[in-house]
Design a protein around this ligand. Structure first.
Ligand code: ADP
Ligand code: MG
Length: 255
Protein backbone atom coordinates (compact mmCIF):
# COMPACT_ATOMS: atom_id res chain seq x y z
CA UNK A 1 0.00 0.00 0.00
CA UNK A 2 1.28 3.41 -0.82
CA UNK A 3 2.54 5.27 2.24
CA UNK A 4 0.28 8.20 1.61
CA UNK A 5 -2.80 5.98 1.54
CA UNK A 6 -1.73 4.31 4.77
CA UNK A 7 -1.29 7.67 6.48
CA UNK A 8 -4.66 8.83 5.17
CA UNK A 9 -6.35 5.68 6.44
CA UNK A 10 -4.75 6.12 9.86
CA UNK A 11 -6.15 9.64 9.95
CA UNK A 12 -9.58 8.37 9.00
CA UNK A 13 -9.57 5.73 11.73
CA UNK A 14 -8.51 8.40 14.24
CA UNK A 15 -11.28 10.73 13.13
CA UNK A 16 -13.80 7.89 13.27
CA UNK A 17 -12.49 6.94 16.73
CA UNK A 18 -11.55 3.42 15.73
CA UNK A 19 -8.10 3.19 17.33
CA UNK A 20 -7.72 -0.60 17.27
CA UNK A 21 -8.61 -0.76 13.59
CA UNK A 22 -6.08 2.00 13.00
CA UNK A 23 -3.38 -0.02 14.75
CA UNK A 24 -4.17 -3.36 13.24
CA UNK A 25 -5.29 -2.78 9.66
CA UNK A 26 -1.84 -2.99 8.05
CA UNK A 27 -1.02 -6.36 9.59
CA UNK A 28 -4.50 -7.74 8.93
CA UNK A 29 -4.41 -6.50 5.33
CA UNK A 30 -1.09 -8.31 4.78
CA UNK A 31 -2.47 -11.51 6.37
CA UNK A 32 -5.64 -11.22 4.29
CA UNK A 33 -3.66 -10.85 1.08
CA UNK A 34 -1.39 -13.82 1.83
CA UNK A 35 -4.32 -15.95 3.02
CA UNK A 36 -6.51 -15.11 0.04
CA UNK A 37 -9.25 -13.70 2.25
CA UNK A 38 -12.17 -11.87 0.72
CA UNK A 39 -12.65 -8.16 1.43
CA UNK A 40 -15.64 -9.03 3.58
CA UNK A 41 -13.62 -11.52 5.65
CA UNK A 42 -10.89 -8.94 6.13
CA UNK A 43 -13.36 -6.26 7.23
CA UNK A 44 -15.08 -8.68 9.54
CA UNK A 45 -11.88 -9.57 11.40
CA UNK A 46 -10.84 -5.92 11.58
CA UNK A 47 -14.16 -4.82 13.09
CA UNK A 48 -14.16 -7.79 15.47
CA UNK A 49 -10.83 -6.61 16.88
CA UNK A 50 -12.20 -3.13 17.48
CA UNK A 51 -15.26 -4.50 19.25
CA UNK A 52 -13.19 -6.87 21.42
CA UNK A 53 -10.89 -4.03 22.47
CA UNK A 54 -13.88 -1.84 23.30
CA UNK A 55 -15.49 -4.55 25.40
CA UNK A 56 -12.25 -5.11 27.32
CA UNK A 57 -11.84 -1.37 27.90
CA UNK A 58 -15.41 -1.07 29.14
CA UNK A 59 -14.90 -3.87 31.67
CA UNK A 60 -11.67 -2.22 32.81
CA UNK A 61 -13.46 1.10 33.26
CA UNK A 62 -16.29 -0.50 35.24
CA UNK A 63 -13.76 -2.23 37.52
CA UNK A 64 -11.94 1.07 38.04
CA UNK A 65 -15.17 2.92 38.82
CA UNK A 66 -16.23 0.23 41.29
CA UNK A 67 -13.26 1.27 43.45
CA UNK A 68 -12.49 -2.14 44.93
CA UNK A 69 -9.84 -1.99 47.69
CA UNK A 70 -7.99 -4.88 45.97
CA UNK A 71 -8.83 -7.20 43.12
CA UNK A 72 -9.62 -10.65 44.53
CA UNK A 73 -11.38 -13.28 42.52
CA UNK A 74 -12.91 -16.71 43.03
CA UNK A 75 -9.91 -18.44 41.45
CA UNK A 76 -7.76 -17.56 44.48
CA UNK A 77 -10.45 -18.50 47.01
CA UNK A 78 -9.98 -21.86 48.72
CA UNK A 79 -13.52 -23.10 49.19
CA UNK A 80 -12.33 -26.14 51.15
CA UNK A 81 -11.26 -23.78 53.95
CA UNK A 82 -14.90 -22.87 54.62
CA UNK A 83 -17.01 -26.02 54.28
CA UNK A 84 -20.17 -24.18 55.36
CA UNK A 85 -20.04 -22.03 52.23
CA UNK A 86 -21.44 -23.65 49.10
CA UNK A 87 -19.10 -23.15 46.15
CA UNK A 88 -21.83 -23.89 43.56
CA UNK A 89 -24.03 -21.27 45.21
CA UNK A 90 -21.27 -18.63 45.08
CA UNK A 91 -20.50 -19.46 41.45
CA UNK A 92 -24.19 -19.27 40.63
CA UNK A 93 -24.31 -15.80 42.20
CA UNK A 94 -21.31 -14.99 40.02
CA UNK A 95 -23.62 -15.33 37.01
CA UNK A 96 -25.34 -12.16 38.28
CA UNK A 97 -28.95 -13.13 37.62
CA UNK A 98 -29.79 -12.00 41.15
CA UNK A 99 -28.62 -8.50 40.28
CA UNK A 100 -30.83 -8.44 37.21
CA UNK A 101 -33.72 -9.53 39.47
CA UNK A 102 -32.88 -6.71 41.97
CA UNK A 103 -32.20 -9.19 44.73
CA UNK A 104 -29.82 -8.47 47.60
CA UNK A 105 -27.05 -10.57 49.07
CA UNK A 106 -25.75 -10.70 52.64
CA UNK A 107 -22.51 -12.33 53.72
CA UNK A 108 -22.61 -12.80 57.46
CA UNK A 109 -19.87 -14.32 59.55
CA UNK A 110 -16.87 -14.01 61.78
CA UNK A 111 -13.81 -12.00 60.76
CA UNK A 112 -11.20 -13.28 58.33
CA UNK A 113 -13.46 -15.84 56.67
CA UNK A 114 -13.34 -14.23 53.23
CA UNK A 115 -16.43 -12.01 53.21
CA UNK A 116 -14.60 -9.10 51.61
CA UNK A 117 -12.85 -11.46 49.19
CA UNK A 118 -16.14 -13.03 48.03
CA UNK A 119 -17.88 -9.66 47.81
CA UNK A 120 -15.12 -8.36 45.53
CA UNK A 121 -15.33 -11.56 43.45
CA UNK A 122 -19.06 -11.02 43.00
CA UNK A 123 -18.46 -7.36 42.20
CA UNK A 124 -15.87 -8.25 39.54
CA UNK A 125 -18.28 -10.76 38.01
CA UNK A 126 -20.91 -8.04 37.80
CA UNK A 127 -18.45 -5.63 36.13
CA UNK A 128 -17.63 -8.32 33.56
CA UNK A 129 -21.34 -8.89 32.97
CA UNK A 130 -21.72 -5.25 31.97
CA UNK A 131 -23.15 -3.99 35.26
CA UNK A 132 -22.11 -0.90 37.19
CA UNK A 133 -20.76 -1.56 40.69
CA UNK A 134 -19.56 0.58 43.64
CA UNK A 135 -17.71 -0.76 46.64
CA UNK A 136 -17.66 1.04 50.00
CA UNK A 137 -17.00 0.04 53.54
CA UNK A 138 -19.99 1.05 55.66
CA UNK A 139 -17.78 3.61 57.44
CA UNK A 140 -16.63 5.14 54.12
CA UNK A 141 -20.15 5.30 52.75
CA UNK A 142 -21.58 6.94 55.86
CA UNK A 143 -18.78 9.47 56.02
CA UNK A 144 -19.23 10.30 52.34
CA UNK A 145 -23.01 10.64 52.79
CA UNK A 146 -22.42 13.02 55.72
CA UNK A 147 -19.90 15.03 53.74
CA UNK A 148 -22.22 15.32 50.73
CA UNK A 149 -25.03 16.42 53.02
CA UNK A 150 -22.88 19.14 54.57
CA UNK A 151 -21.90 20.37 51.12
CA UNK A 152 -25.50 20.31 49.87
CA UNK A 153 -24.57 17.74 47.22
CA UNK A 154 -26.36 14.78 48.78
CA UNK A 155 -29.05 14.54 46.09
CA UNK A 156 -26.44 14.44 43.37
CA UNK A 157 -24.51 11.72 45.19
CA UNK A 158 -27.68 9.68 45.76
CA UNK A 159 -28.47 9.95 42.06
CA UNK A 160 -24.99 8.60 41.31
CA UNK A 161 -25.62 5.65 43.62
CA UNK A 162 -28.96 5.13 41.93
CA UNK A 163 -27.25 4.47 38.62
CA UNK A 164 -25.19 1.68 40.13
CA UNK A 165 -26.61 -1.83 39.61
CA UNK A 166 -24.78 -3.32 42.59
CA UNK A 167 -23.83 -1.36 45.68
CA UNK A 168 -21.45 -3.27 47.96
CA UNK A 169 -21.36 -2.19 51.61
CA UNK A 170 -18.60 -4.02 53.41
CA UNK A 171 -18.09 -4.33 57.17
CA UNK A 172 -21.43 -3.16 58.41
CA UNK A 173 -21.28 -3.38 62.19
CA UNK A 174 -17.54 -2.84 62.67
CA UNK A 175 -17.96 0.77 63.69
CA UNK A 176 -20.91 2.39 65.37
CA UNK A 177 -22.52 5.25 63.48
CA UNK A 178 -24.08 8.51 64.53
CA UNK A 179 -27.84 8.85 64.45
CA UNK A 180 -27.53 11.09 61.37
CA UNK A 181 -25.27 8.56 59.67
CA UNK A 182 -27.72 5.76 60.33
CA UNK A 183 -30.57 7.81 58.88
CA UNK A 184 -28.59 8.49 55.71
CA UNK A 185 -27.73 4.84 55.32
CA UNK A 186 -31.35 3.96 55.92
CA UNK A 187 -32.27 6.26 53.06
CA UNK A 188 -29.84 4.50 50.71
CA UNK A 189 -31.27 1.10 51.68
CA UNK A 190 -34.80 2.39 51.18
CA UNK A 191 -34.01 3.96 47.79
CA UNK A 192 -32.66 0.67 46.48
CA UNK A 193 -35.46 -1.52 47.76
CA UNK A 194 -36.74 -3.65 44.83
CA UNK A 195 -35.04 -1.26 42.39
CA UNK A 196 -31.37 -2.26 42.55
CA UNK A 197 -29.14 -4.64 44.44
CA UNK A 198 -27.19 -4.35 47.65
CA UNK A 199 -24.46 -6.66 48.82
CA UNK A 200 -23.82 -6.26 52.53
CA UNK A 201 -21.17 -7.98 54.61
CA UNK A 202 -21.24 -8.03 58.39
CA UNK A 203 -19.57 -9.75 61.29
CA UNK A 204 -22.80 -9.42 63.29
CA UNK A 205 -25.73 -11.82 62.99
CA UNK A 206 -29.02 -10.10 62.13
CA UNK A 207 -30.18 -10.53 65.73
CA UNK A 208 -27.47 -8.05 66.79
CA UNK A 209 -28.09 -5.43 64.12
CA UNK A 210 -29.94 -3.33 66.68
CA UNK A 211 -26.47 -2.27 67.87
CA UNK A 212 -25.60 -0.91 64.43
CA UNK A 213 -28.79 0.97 63.81
CA UNK A 214 -29.55 2.14 67.31
CA UNK A 215 -33.10 1.18 67.82
CA UNK A 216 -35.25 -1.83 67.23
CA UNK A 217 -37.82 -0.17 65.01
CA UNK A 218 -35.33 1.21 62.55
CA UNK A 219 -33.45 -2.10 62.51
CA UNK A 220 -36.59 -4.14 61.93
CA UNK A 221 -37.71 -1.90 59.06
CA UNK A 222 -34.28 -2.02 57.48
CA UNK A 223 -33.84 -5.77 57.84
CA UNK A 224 -37.30 -6.29 56.44
CA UNK A 225 -36.36 -4.47 53.24
CA UNK A 226 -32.85 -5.84 52.97
CA UNK A 227 -33.80 -9.49 53.44
CA UNK A 228 -37.10 -9.53 51.52
CA UNK A 229 -35.49 -10.75 48.27
CA UNK A 230 -32.07 -11.78 49.47
CA UNK A 231 -29.44 -14.49 49.22
CA UNK A 232 -27.92 -14.97 52.64
CA UNK A 233 -24.59 -16.73 52.92
CA UNK A 234 -23.26 -17.64 56.33
CA UNK A 235 -19.50 -17.49 56.47
CA UNK A 236 -18.54 -18.63 59.91
CA UNK A 237 -15.30 -20.37 60.64
CA UNK A 238 -11.73 -19.91 61.66
CA UNK A 239 -9.95 -16.86 60.28
CA UNK A 240 -8.18 -17.82 57.05
CA UNK A 241 -5.32 -15.41 57.74
CA UNK A 242 -4.85 -16.86 61.22
CA UNK A 243 -4.84 -20.40 59.88
CA UNK A 244 -2.34 -19.52 57.17
CA UNK A 245 0.01 -17.79 59.60
CA UNK A 246 -0.16 -20.78 61.98
CA UNK A 247 0.71 -23.09 59.06
CA UNK A 248 3.61 -20.83 58.09
CA UNK A 249 4.92 -20.83 61.68
CA UNK A 250 4.79 -24.61 61.85
CA UNK A 251 6.63 -24.78 58.53
CA UNK A 252 9.42 -22.55 59.85
CA UNK A 253 10.14 -24.75 62.90
CA UNK A 254 11.58 -28.01 61.59
CA UNK A 255 13.24 -29.24 64.83
P1 ADP B 1 -13.39 -10.94 56.08
O1 ADP B 1 -13.84 -9.85 55.17
O2 ADP B 1 -14.39 -12.03 56.26
O3 ADP B 1 -12.88 -10.44 57.40
P2 ADP B 1 -11.30 -11.20 54.11
O4 ADP B 1 -12.05 -11.44 52.86
O5 ADP B 1 -10.74 -9.83 54.32
O6 ADP B 1 -12.15 -11.65 55.38
O7 ADP B 1 -10.14 -12.28 54.20
C1 ADP B 1 -8.91 -12.02 54.90
C2 ADP B 1 -7.74 -12.45 54.02
O8 ADP B 1 -7.73 -13.86 53.87
C3 ADP B 1 -7.82 -11.88 52.62
O9 ADP B 1 -6.50 -11.65 52.17
C4 ADP B 1 -8.47 -12.98 51.82
O10 ADP B 1 -8.10 -12.92 50.47
C5 ADP B 1 -7.94 -14.21 52.49
N1 ADP B 1 -8.90 -15.31 52.52
C6 ADP B 1 -9.95 -15.48 53.37
N2 ADP B 1 -10.58 -16.64 53.14
C7 ADP B 1 -9.92 -17.23 52.12
C8 ADP B 1 -10.08 -18.47 51.41
N3 ADP B 1 -11.03 -19.35 51.77
N4 ADP B 1 -9.23 -18.74 50.40
C9 ADP B 1 -8.25 -17.86 50.07
N5 ADP B 1 -8.03 -16.69 50.69
C10 ADP B 1 -8.86 -16.37 51.71
MG1 MG C 1 -13.74 -7.86 55.45
Amino acid sequence: MADVMIELLKTHFRQLRLPTMGQEFEKLARDAASGNQTFVEFLLSLTQLELAARAANAVGARIKNADFPVEKDFDTFDFTALPGLSKPKVLELGRCEWIEQKFNCCLIGSHGTGKTHISIGLGLAACRAGLRVRFFTAAELVSQLEKEQKQYTLDRFLRQLDRVHLLIIDELGYVTMSRGGVELLFRVFGDRYERSSLLVTSNLPFSEWGQIFQGERMTAALLDRLTHHCHILEMNGESYRFRESMKAKKGRKPE
